[in-house]
Design a protein. Structure first.
Length: 475
């Protein structure tokens, strides 16, 4: 019998991006299978089962069938260990083997490719653009690496010549060592900042900036760059791009084309007036917190309007945008006390989040529970990141530090090291390695109107839920 469908197997299928990719490929008519590590969990596993996408918990040589047309390696280096039997079998059978970024390039990226890059804000700006383009009635493919509050799928493939994607500078390490965004063929790019990150891959700020310079060099001659005027190292990076560069900013400055004025902040969000070259373009309201999100909205609006999207669609698209999960996400309020989850780990992100909370809740006491989850925090060289990081907080608890095998004791970061590095005259910093002590600290002395914000790029180990339970009992 003749083969009717193309077939693909995804190694690492239970990721927040790889699972929607699996469904999108199934919708395109592919026969899709997958595999992942044994301890994968909902909601991604529920999603795969809902859409009847078969997968195995664990990697098995027999998953690589002779009739496969393609194998995609999704996620991190874990999925491409030398002893992964599925990778070995695909190589042995000479079945085409590509990274997830290459799959995005092949199936999502279109002729009119918009790519949002930078150390901060790229997921938010990408999803703002998606909201605007949807409001404008445009057909387009898209991809972003987060979860929105309205449960919008992070990936969509449609028959159209337009695509909007988040451009990640991190590689599919161990398999495809090129930064992911080098695959996305940008025609229009937004660049927010070039703050040195991912020190495990980029060993110096120069290496990090070089990845962005190469990314911008991929734009065609007629391509345009929308760049944050005050974004860290942005002007240095775009100076060599030899492409038309349009600067945006929170403030009117020489050389800036788009900026915001009449900014207002409340407990429900913010508003601002969008200005272009000194002339008012439109008034915008946002349901997300912080000046940094006003700047993100300026970037999304500037690009959209330049591409011919109507001002009304831009205004409505921004107003409807509810934000991303774990980006200053107010998950509940108990007895007038707000519990907020946030993904911030690096100094600029933490400072931006705390500044936002101070703008919107100027009279609140802010307790920060900080999980040193970011991989760079396992090395002593990261301690400089903590100086002044928690300015704006009322009090801070550092949760337990987890060591990584292979890091010499002389290089390891201890809880007391973080406390010393983060110390400020106005902010008390505590190291609380026991989760029950963190919960006790969080609820002690807390009052109506106060805020507890949990910051982690990993999970919260149930501490957030225990705090809510204690507050309900206290109420």
């Amino acid at each position: 019998m003749a083969k009717n469908k193309k077939s693909v197997h995804i190694i690492g299928i239970a990721g927040k991006l790889s699972a929607p990719l699996a469904k999108a490929l199934k919708d395109l008519g592919w026969e899709v299978t997958g595999s992942d590590q044994p301890n994968v969990y909902p909601p991604v596993t529920d999603y795969l089962e809902k859409w009847q996408i078969p997968y195995t918990r664990g990697y098995y040589r027999e998953n690589i069938k002779d009739n496969l047309d393609l194998v995609i390696v999704a996620g991190s280096a874990f999925h491409y260990q030398e002893n992964n039997p599925e990778v070995q079998e695909a190589i042995r059978k000479k079945i085409p083997l590509i990274s997830q970024a290459q799959a995005i390039s092949r199936f999502v990226i279109k002729k009119n490719s918009i790519v949002v890059a930078g150390s901060f804000g790229k997921t938010t700006i990408t999803t703002m653009l998606v909201s605007i383009f949807k409001e404008a009635g445009k057909k387009f493919s898209y991809m972003f690496g987060g979860m929105t509050k309205d449960e919008l799928l992070p990936l969509q493939i449609v028959p159209s010549q337009w695509s909007i994607v988040e451009g990640d500078e991190y590689p599919t390490f161990g398999f495809d060592n090129r930064p992911k965004f080098w695959h996305y063929r940008p025609r229009w790019a937004i660049l927010t900042a070039c703050h040195w990150e991912h020190q495990d891959v980029y060993h110096s700020p120069r290496d990090y900036q070089a990845a962005f310079k190469k990314f911008l060099s991929l734009l065609p001659k007629e391509g345009k760059i929308f760049a944050s005027f005050r974004g860290e190292n942005v002007r240095k990076v775009v100076a060599q791009a030899e492409k038309e560069t349009i600067f945006y900013s929170l403030y009117p400055e020489e050389g800036v084309e788009w900026w915001g004025e009449e900014k207002r902040f409340s407990s429900r969000g913010s508003s601002f007036t969008l200005i272009r070259k000194g002339k008012k373009v439109l008034s915008c309201s946002l349901r997300v917190l912080g000046e940094h999100n006003i700047e993100n909205a300026i970037a999304a609006a500037a690009l959209s309007l330049t591409l011919g999207i109507s001002p009304s669609a831009v205004k409505k698209g921004l107003a409807k945008f509810r934000g991303l999960r774990r980006r200053l996400e107010i998950v509940t309020t108990v007895g007038g006390i707000k519990i907020i989850r946030d993904i911030s780990q690096t100094k600029p992100r933490v400072q931006g989040a705390l500044k936002a909370l101070r703008l919107h809740f100027p009279h609140s006491s802010i307790k920060v529970i900080f999980y040193p989850h970011y991989s760079a925090f396992r090395y002593r060289s990261s301690l400089r990141e903590f100086k002044g990081m928690f300015a704006g907080a009322s009090e801070v608890a550092i949760t337990r530090v987890v060591f990584k095998k292979g890091i010499a004791k002389s290089q390891r970061v201890l809880g007391k090291d973080i406390v010393q590095a983060a110390k400020l005259p106005s902010v008390r910093v505590n190291y609380l390695p026991l989760d029950e002590d963190v919960v006790e600290w969080a609820v002690k002395g807390i009052r109506k109107g106060d805020i507890i914000v949990l910051m982690s790029s990993g999970n919260y180990r149930g501490i957030d839920e225990k705090i809510v339970e204690r507050l309900k009992k206290k109420k």
